[in-house]
Design a protein around this ligand. Structure first.
Ligand SMILES: [Zn+2]
Length: 206
């Protein structure tokens, strides 16, 4: 398994490309904007996405899904409780993004424990609500992609529509902090971390 990051859009969303280096299949997590840059990267690496995944519905994580889905015929998947919000975007948010494309209707909603297979890479869905009702994290071989639930030494906003502080804290403490301390945390914005570091250094969830 190989993981790469491209920062896209005005909010510098971390768009991750997780690939099986033996088959050239990949998933794209959180394509928030700048679809041409993401597509260039895929072309250069000779990768074809099987799935386009979003940790949650916000436009800065879904704004380039349309191009990728249309170009590669990939399935677009998101947490089941964020499916409706994909096509009911926050106007103020998408208006600041610039190149936002209305995302396609998701192929289906993901639930806790669902597993997706890309070549020999297995991706496990962890339900981590709070930032949005349907926020999910993706666990792949000692890496966890946490979207806007858990950042390095901080946590995501819970004041946007559908946000819930108690659920967000519980998602971090009872789901993400159950992972091994050495698990690499790859958030939706900003630098990476580890679960062990967050248990010690994250003032919001200590
Ligand atoms: Zn968000």
């Amino acid at each position: 398994m190989k993981t790469e990051v491209i920062q896209v859009g005005v909010l510098a969303t971390n768009c991750y490309i997780v690939s099986d280096d033996t088959t050239n299949e990949c998933v794209v997590i959180d394509p928030g904007g700048e679809s041409a840059r993401i597509e260039d990267h895929l072309e250069n690496a000779a990768l074809t996405p099987t799935f386009v995944l979003a940790t949650h519905a916000h436009g800065d994580h879904t704004g380039a899904a349309k191009s990728l889905v249309e170009k590669y015929g990939a399935q677009f998947l998101i947490g089941i409780h964020d499916v409706a919000a994909v096509n009911q975007q926050l106007e103020w948010l998408v208006s600041m993004l610039g190149d936002f494309q209305d995302p396609p209707v998701p192929n289906r909603g993901l639930e806790h424990g669902d597993k997706l297979t890309v070549g020999q890479v297995e991706i496990e869905v962890l339900s981590t609500p709070g930032h949005t009702p349907g926020s999910v994290s993706f666990y792949v071989e000692d890496h966890v992609y946490t979207g806007d639930t858990l950042f390095r030494e901080t946590i995501g906003r819970f004041d946007l529509s559908g946000g819930d502080e108690d659920k967000e804290i519980a998602s971090i403490k009872k789901v993400l902090f159950e992972l091994d301390d050495t698990t690499l945390v790859l958030p939706g914005h900003g630098p990476s971390s580890t679960i062990g570091h967050e248990k010690i250094a994250n003032m919001f969830v200590r």
